[in-house]
Each structure stands twice: as C-alpha cells, then as structure tokens.
Design a protein around this ligand. Sequence first.
Ligand code: FAD
Length: 319
Amino acid sequence: MEQSVTEHIDKAKKTLFSFELLPPLKGQDFESIQENIDPLIEFNPSFINITYHQQEVVYENLPNGLMKKHTVRKRPGTVGIAAAIRYFYKIAIVPHIICGGFTREETENALIDLQFLGINDVLAVRGDPQVGTKKFVPEPDGNVYAVELVKQISNLNKAIYLDEELLNTRSMNFCVGIAGYPEKHSESPNLDSDLHFLKKKVEAGAHYIVTQMFYDNQKYFDFVKRCRKEGIEVPIIPGLKPISTRDQLLSIPKTFNVDIPSDLVKEILKCDDNKQVRQVGVDWAIQQSKELKEFGVPVLHYYTMGKSDNIQKIAKAVF
Ligand code: FAD
C-alpha cells in the first residue's frame, strides 16, 4: 500500500514533488492522461492529485428558436482515473471530493468506493459555483461548507456512518487535505474570517493544507506565520501554477482572487506571443520554487491544468 501524503511528509528529509491533474474532457482515454504524467515521473512525484468537476448547465438551440437546458459533466471519471493511476504507476493518488453536486449519502458512497479501491487520500473542498453562476448552491441534504465534508470523512475514520444504527462498522483510514488561501478566499470578507474557518477544518480532522496558487512568495510566508499564530499546526503545502497565457493576467486575479506582481506583469507584457509568455511563467515559477525549497516547504505542488511540459521544465531546474 502506498504511503499517505502525511506519511510521505513525515518521512521526507527534503522538499517533495507533487502535481495536480484535471480529468480530460469527455471522449479522451487513459493515454491522454499518461501523456501528462509520463514526462513528470523521472522527478519521483510523492503523490498526484486529481480534481473533481461538477456538472455544468448548457443550453441547446432548438430548430423552433427555443432553447433546451441540459446538465453535463464535461470532465467525468475522477474515481476511475484515480484508481487507474494508482494501479498503473503505484504512486499515492489524491482524488478531490467536493460538496457541490453530492448529497451526504452520495458522498459516503463515493468514499466507500475509494476505500474498496485502496485509495486512502482525499482532498476535501467545497467546490466552485456551477459554471455560469456566481453563488455556490449545495444539493438538498448535501454538505454546504468543506468543514462539514471533513467532519463526515473524520466520522467514517471513526466508523461512524450516516446510518448510526449500522452494526459492526469498520473505520476508514483517510488522510484528508483541505484548501487554504494565502490571499484569502474570494467570498471571504477578510483573511481573519477565512483563517477562522480554515482552523475549523483542521479541528474537524484535516491533516494538511494545500494553498491556492500565489505569485509572490511573501504572501505564502505571511500566511504560514498567521496560521501558526492562530494555532494551525498542520503542514501547509504551497500550490504553484505557472502563468502560460497573456489572458491569465486578467483571468487569474478575477477567478482566484490572486495578485500578480508588477515585475511579472511587465515581463509578460514584453512577450510577442504565448510561447514566450509560457517561458516567462516557467522562469518565474523556478525562482519561486527555489526560494520556497530554501525555506523548507514540505512539498512543492504544481497545478498542471492538463498540460505538463512547463511543469517538466520547472521540475528539471528545481528537483
Ligand atoms: P470552504 O472551506 O467551505 O470555504 C468557502 C468560503 O466560505 C470561504 O470564504 C470561507 O471563509 C467561508 N466559510 C467556510 N466555512 C464557513 C462557515 N461555516 N460559515 C460561513 N462561512 C464559511 N474546486 C472544484 O470544483 N474541484 C476541485 O477539485 C477543486 N480543487 C481545489 C484544490 C485546491 C488546492 C484549491 C485551493 C481549490 C480547489 N477547488 C476545487 C476550488 C474550491 O472548490 C473553491 O475555491 C471553493 O470556492 C472553496 O472551497 P473550500 O474548500 O476552500 O471551501
């Protein structure tokens, strides 16, 4: 059995390498996933995360001029992909589990599936609002905040199922990661409030935090300091996403509530095309990674967004 994320961290004598994958768009196969994993295997990833995506609402134009509403899951397969990666590569896999789109019972059943597949790591997040909407809407009888999801997983770790009358239940053994936001979550009124709720997730049983992307390491250093002051003692893994297109200068701050430092903006504006932007993003992430490694972060975790050539260049320079 592979080690869990925290077992890896506890045993490590140096900064570890890990990355996050998106399930491919519907219609692709395992080979399209391998194309992103294989270039990164030589850097010995300790674990691989795989995101979970809610259904989206789409509108079909009908010949009579009216529109028909559908819901589709464009990136299905998280649990199957997690199992396939685990068995093919023998690397710890961390599927994301989200509140959105799940009743509590469906969540319990998904966790039971994972347990039977021998997958004991999860990252518990609330999930984004559905594409095209601004407000997160939970399922009736679904978990509303990530803290409730963490509590549900912690209960299963103590053999407490939703049906408390079940007899002879066995405890599960999930190692639970959660999300943290060095520049605060977009819906949070301020960082104090966000840290208050972050601490609740840790008290509910989360074992470690993975941060939202950031481009100024000082934001991460300050965040770690604030967390420690609040009594949040679990490992805080920095998440890095190299910039890859010029459009991201606008979309990243808007979508993720993350600042882009002026020096990085200037370098990107000098580029003639996105090929050059991608290289600037790689160079910036290498500098960030080297400084974070020097600081002694437990893991450097990279968001691949479905293309790993830039992460390969970064890993070559850093690991
Ligand atoms: P929560 O911890 O529930 O917090 C959400 C907001 O509510 C915050 O502003 C918080 O301060 C506030 N809050 C928390 N508890 C309470 C409470 N009890 N009362 C009032 N306010 C409260 N999205 C996906 O859809 N799929 C993924 O796979 C995915 N993976 C991610 C991985 C990482 C590392 C990160 C950083 C994000 C990921 N996301 C993913 C995005 C995430 O779902 C969104 O950022 C989401 O908006 C918040 O998730 P959360 O778990 O931080 O929510």
